[in-house]
Design a protein around this ligand. Structure first.
Ligand SMILES: [Zn+2]
Ligand SMILES: [Zn+2]
Length: 470
């Protein structure tokens, strides 16, 4: 008997937590954070309390209340008996938080299987954030932490990394990870050979990106298998044919930046190495240097380790690292207490706002929303701001967007919007499903599952927490 239970990603974009049971074997497909659900209760300064361990998360249904998956220390902290793990593995499709972050709650003896690059990114995630219960993806400190235990060593999780061509064996289940193209490197779809037949899980994917051939490999392999079921993402099921590509982003941004002889600011998601490459190449073509943050350097150094990504090292001659003002505002070493900054403070390519301001036309600065206050030091008067992210699609994002606009207006900057999505369009997804022809379709990671009706005969409108036999 094969059974699927959906604990997240149901009528929401992200938060995938899908339990697959084949006879006595249980695995989770992703174990991500649901931004929507979290945002219903929390915002910037109202957060779940690490001090209450797993308690706040269970109370508000941010994680499912199930046995045999959670950390022993967290259960004990809640006055519950620790339970031996009842799940044999977690497969991560990729390193976006809505798929990966809540492995931080899982029992240390549940092994995490993910792509090699996905592991690199998780390392960077943990390196540049303060340790809290939602991002201890690599290792964790036993809770509750008493002052006397601060220095206790962290408890390590087990990671098994794979690449396309590898086969993962978990009891009688055989799983083939196959690369797909998405807005983060190291993204995979899975073909899971169950006792009832092959089941496909897409993770997140697209066919219009710079590496769409990866997704083609996945589609090719999936259709050969004649799958009995397919669990598919459906973020953009409501979109028709689109005409977007990374090349278009390159062309538009290059043209805009070329015409701008003053300071240039761009914002994009740093997990998106394709977008980094786009701006890195533009900077080189225009004989400028790209300026990144210390946080970005943590990611870039990991990407550089994966030779296939052809990403430069953070000390590359075309890269500068922006040194923000901290504590005294005088840039002395003592001002920086974060480990990830301290470690890189002596890099030869670290630059302050004052140094950049001397020759603003020589730089393209990557500045994230949370660091917009650095504009006061950079003084980008009548410069350019490129927003290379998706446009706001919920109320909270609208509010942040308004704030960003205020900054741009204050400094009289020219605004440019240019982005291409990490997700497949509705039109392309329907084509993909028709090609693969699964007997049963389970749409997840979508707010509009009803739009999948009629693509194949049997489409399940998944309900959270319910199990579906295959
Ligand atoms: Zn996602
Ligand atoms: Zn994703």
């Amino acid at each position: 008997m094969v059974k699927l239970t959906f604990y997240g990603g149901v009528k929401e974009i992200g938060g995938n937590k899908i339990l697959m049971q084949d006879n006595d074997t249980k695995i989770f497909l992703d174990f991500g954070m649901s931004f929507g659900r979290r945002g219903k209760f929390f915002e910037e300064f109202l957060n779940p309390r690490s001090a209450n361990g797993i308690g706040d998360f269970l109370e508000l249904n941010l994680i499912p209340n199930i046995d045999g998956v959670y950390r022993e220390d967290l259960l004990k902290h809640q006055g519950r008996k620790p339970e031996p793990p009842d799940v044999q593995a977690v497969l991560l499709s990729h390193a976006h938080a809505d798929h990966a972050n809540y492995i931080s709650f899982l029992h240390k003896d549940i092994p995490i299987h993910c792509g090699e690059t996905c592991k690199y990114i998780l390392d960077a995630v943990q390196e540049q954030t303060n340790r809290n219960i939602e991002n201890e993806v690599i290792d964790y400190k036993k809770r509750p932490i008493f002052k006397k235990n601060y220095r206790d060593p962290a408890i390590e999780r087990t990671f098994n990394t794979f690449r396309t061509g590898d086969k993962i064996k978990i009891d009688d289940l055989e799983i083939e990870p196959i690369h797909v193209d998405h807005s983060v490197p190291g993204a995979y779809g899975f073909i899971i050979h169950t006792s009832k037949g092959p089941i496909i899980y897409t993770g997140d994917l697209r066919v219009h990106g710079r590496h769409s051939h990866l997704t083609d490999d996945f589609i090719e392999k999936s259709l050969e298998e004649k799958p009995i079921a397919m669990i598919t993402e459906g973020t953009r099921i409501d979109t028709g044919k689109t005409n977007e590509s990374e090349e278009k982003v390159y062309d538009k941004c290059k043209k805009s930046l070329e015409s701008n002889k003053k300071l240039s600011i761009v914002d994009f998601n740093f997990k998106d190495v394709d977008r980094f490459t786009t701006f890195f190449n533009i900077a080189k073509a225009l004989d400028r240097k790209i300026v990144i943050s210390f946080k970005h350097a943590c990611f870039l150094e990991r990407y550089h380790k994966d030779k296939r990504l052809k990403a430069p090292d953070s000390r590359d001659e075309n890269i500068q690292i922006f040194k923000p003002k901290r504590l005294t505002g005088t840039y002395i070493d003592e001002d920086y207490s974060d480990k990830y900054i301290k470690k890189r403070l002596n890099y030869p390519n670290v630059k302050t706002a004052e140094e950049i301001r001397k020759k603003p036309e020589e730089y393209i600065i990557v500045l994230n929303f949370w660091y917009l206050n650095s504009l006061i030091d950079l003084k980008p008067d009548r410069g350019m701001y490129i927003h290379s992210l998706s446009e706001p699609f919920n109320e909270e994002m609208e509010i942040s967007y308004e704030r960003m606009v205020s900054w741009i207006m204050h400094f009289n900057m020219n605004f440019v919007q240019s982005h291409c999505s990490g997700h497949i369009s509705g039109f392309d997804l329907k084509e993909l499903i028709k090609k693969v022809k699964p007997k049963t379709l389970f749409p997840v990671h979508t707010e509009k599952p009803h739009m999948f009706k009629k693509i194949v005969t049997d489409v399940k409108m998944v309900k959270e927490g319910l199990s579906y036999k295959i």
